[in-house]
Design a protein around this ligand. Structure first.
Ligand code: ZN
Length: 237
């Protein structure tokens, strides 16, 4: 796979633009589909993130392939903390039978609770299990098709899964604002992460049958994730 891709059709392109050193750039077009290779190089980051939230495959190709974004491990750390906190609040509200409030003492107490530490373990295992399942599916396919697992595709797949899981942060406002339909919001959040992970995997997959393998990998990942967290809940709680 080349360094850059056309975000419309996924074809390889040599470069995205030519810089004339006079604050003027010329955007390159794709030889395969003749559209602008990557229109997002002129867009503000917030527009790109909004398009990614709208599950536009072009936005995923731009973010994952055409940029040098390598802070996905920091993003994983933020997701890990948010996920553990979300689980704690849901658990607390179920145990007490009360709705979560923004009472300051309650929040401090929640942070001090030992349950938070077990939720950290569960959240970390869930993330690693999802990444592991995706790597197993694509690694197996690579082994059958190419007789080897490409190291660059492994790191790109991990980056895709982590970036696509950013939708889990949406659970925080759902918990803070949603009193009645909190569980419905959580389910919608999971559905969004499922779909965004599929889009991200399709964007970085150079092989055939992208939708089939993305659906297979994400379905397996979510199933194993659910089984692992159920087992850990029984073991740790
Ligand atoms: Zn193209």
């Amino acid at each position: 796979m080349g360094k850059y891709q056309c975000i419309e059709c996924g074809a390889e392109v040599e470069s995205l633009f030519h810089d004339y050193n006079t604050d003027v750039i010329k955007i390159h077009h794709c030889d395969a589909c003749h559209s602008v290779a990557d229109k997002y190089i002129e867009y503000e980051p917030v527009i790109i993130i909004l398009d990614a939230l709208l599950l536009q495959p072009q936005a995923y190709r731009h973010l994952l392939i055409n940029t040098s974004f390598n802070s996905h491990w920091r993003l994983a750390l933020i997701l890990w903390i948010c996920d553990a906190f979300t689980k704690l609040i849901l658990e607390r509200s179920e145990i007490t039978g009360q709705q979560f409030t923004t009472n300051f003492e309650y929040i401090n107490y929640a942070f001090l609770g030992m349950e938070l530490y077990s939720n950290y373990i569960i959240a970390a295992v869930e993330l690693f299990v999802l990444i592991g399942a995706v790597l197993v599916i694509y690694g197996t396919r690579d082994l059958f098709q190419n007789k080897t697992i490409k190291p660059f595709s492994t790191s790109l797949l991990m980056k895709a899964v982590i970036c696509a899981s950013f939708g889990r942060v949406l659970a925080i406002p759902a918990l803070l604002w949603g009193d009645v339909y909190r569980h419905l919001y959580m389910i919608l959040c999971q559905v969004f992460v499922f779909l965004s992970t599929m889009q991200a995997l399709k964007a970085v997959d150079p092989g055939p049958h992208k939708t089939f393998f993305a659906l297979l990998a994400v379905s397996l990942g979510f199933s194993v994730q659910l089984s692992a967290s159920s087992y850990l809940y029984l073991w740790l709680k």
